[in-house]
Structure formats: C-alpha cells, structure tokens
Design a binder for this molecule. Structure first.
Ligand SMILES: [Fe+2]
Length: 294
C-alpha cells in the first residue's frame, strides 16, 4: 500500500477512491524519499533539441502509458481513442489490440493493483483551445530512454502519481524536458506564458538545476476564474531538485519564469533546468494524442 500525504490510499483489493479535487490546489512532495531522482540527470544530456522551438533552448523526449486499476472498469473512451489513433498510425488490428485494456499489461504493481500498458510513440497533438502557440499542430518527439522507462524508479513514479490521485483508468503523458540558457540568451520554461493544459492535474518533478541563478526558473500559479486567468500569485517559488509538485490544472494557471546563467565561467557558460512533467488524461478531457510517425 502506498500511503500518501493528502493523496488517496490505494490497495490491490478494491477499486481506488479518487481524491476529491474540489479542495485541491497544489502539493509539493520530496520525491527523493522514494526514488533516486539524481540518477536520471545524465539522461537529459542525450535529449535532442526540440525542433518546434526555433530559439533552440528546449529539449524534449516523451512517452505514453495507460494506467488502470485492476479492480476498476476500463474507461471505454480510452480504448476507443487508442484504437482510433492506432488506426491513423497504420497499425493492423492485431498490433493495435495489444495496447487495449483487454490485452495483458506491460507490467503491474502488486501493492496498489495498478496495471500499466506502455503505449506507442504517439505524437503530441494538442487542441488550440489549450495551446495558442502550438495548438492543433502535430509534434513528434523522440522516446524517453528505454532504460529509464524500464527502471523500478520510473515505475514507482508513475504508480505514485496514480495512487496520489486514485484514478481508475487514465492515459499518462510523461515528458522529459530540459531548458537551457547561455550568458547572452535566457531560456523559457513556459513559451506560452501563464496557461492551463486542459488536464485535471499535472505533476512536475524537478530533476536538476545546474548553473542557473537562484531567482530564475520560478514556478508561479494564479487562480482560474471561470476560464479566465486572475492576477494575484498564489504560489511563487523556486522548486528545487528532488521536489515533485502536483497541481490542479482546472483551478490554477501555471507559469515558469525564464532561466538565467548563474556563472558564465562555469559549465561553458551554460545553465540548465531539467524537469519531468506527468499529466493524466481521461476522456472527455483533452486527449492530445497524434499518430505515430512513420
Ligand atoms: Fe504547462
């Protein structure tokens, strides 16, 4: 059993009871208590530049998973959505079926009863409603290193996220993202400014901050007011390495301030901020999955 802070308690014997989100804004957790976050630092060095950011300060790799509790009914819309995107990807029915809830999961968490299917390398295709900069454009990204995906710690992180919110069935997008800066060029963690991503909740784990000033790369939240952003900052802090923060993507808008080099004579004048973003998607909410690249 995983016992969380304010999160749901999940066991293999019962369907999970979902965390009541009406009272949830955000919570930060020290992830080093259950995983070795620092062991992932080297993997960020091999992530190629994001071709969709012209200025070249962002690096991104992604992977998709479906995480369903063994005692919970499958959400039909998830199977339908996966089957539809598989078809658009040119998969045969046999190939496609191995990613549905009727197939054997890739792995299972005995303690919590959560089952996980590693999904194909879908593109990101976000609705313009949620991303005015990149909305509706199909973006293809390389896969997170398989050694990370297959590691116990990565599985623990996915299970921790699922158990915290206690969902029954969801697709999870994981993004490994680096933003860098040079002495004469800052880096932008949130290109689109304050925004929401159309999820119910999001998790961000800060893996490393290297040679960036202490007051740059600040995480900021403001409240949502019926779909509109408000002004007062309700959260305005630098989240240090090892911290995992969950927030309610319906109730708050989020932003990360630009990052700046701390010491131009260190690390060849380069600063980096490495994070992992976790977002669970259950229809009818935003399901930004595009076909696999050929
Ligand atoms: Fe975001």
């Amino acid at each position: 059993m995983i016992t969380n802070f304010s999160g749901a308690n999940v066991t293999a014997d019962h369907p999970p009871v979902e965390l009541d989100l009406s009272n949830f804004l955000y919570e930060a957790i020290d992830a080093s208590k259950f995983i070795n976050v620092k062991s992932w630092v080297p993997f960020f060095n091999e992530i190629p530049a994001d071709p969709y950011i012209k200025e070249g300060y962002r690096y991104k790799s992604i992977a998709w998973f479906r995480i369903k509790h063994i005692q919970a009914d499958a959400v039909k819309g998830i199977d339908e959505h996966i089957a539809a995107v598989n078809k658009l990807s040119g998969m045969s029915d046999d190939e496609s079926n191995q990613y549905l809830s009727t197939a054997k999961p890739s792995w299972q968490s005995k303690e919590t009863g959560y089952c996980c299917w590693n999904l194909p390398q879908y593109a990101m295709q976000q609705s313009i409603k949620y991303n005015p900069v990149h909305g509706d454009m199909r973006r293809e990204y390389p896969r997170i290193n398989e050694n990370v995906i297959d590691s116990d710690d990565f599985r623990k992180l996915l299970i921790f996220y699922a158990s915290y919110f206690g969902w029954s069935d969801a697709v999870v997008l994981v993004q490994f993202q680096r933003v860098d800066c040079l002495a004469n060029r800052t880096g932008l963690p949130a290109v689109e400014g304050f925004h929401q991503d159309g999820n119910r909740h999001v998790g961000m784990l800060v893996v490393n901050r290297n040679n960036v000033t202490e007051d740059s790369g600040v995480s900021q939240y403001v409240m949502d007011d019926n779909g509109k952003k408000t002004e007062p900052l309700i959260f305005n802090k630098v989240i240090p390495a090892d911290q995992l923060i969950f927030w309610n993507d319906k109730r708050v808008w989020h932003y990360g301030t630009e990052i700046k080099v701390a010491d131009p004579y260190v690390n060849e004048g380069r600063g980096t901020r490495d994070i992992i973003i976790l977002s669970a998607k259950t229809p009818p909410a935003n399901m930004p999955m595009g076909p696999v690249a050929h």
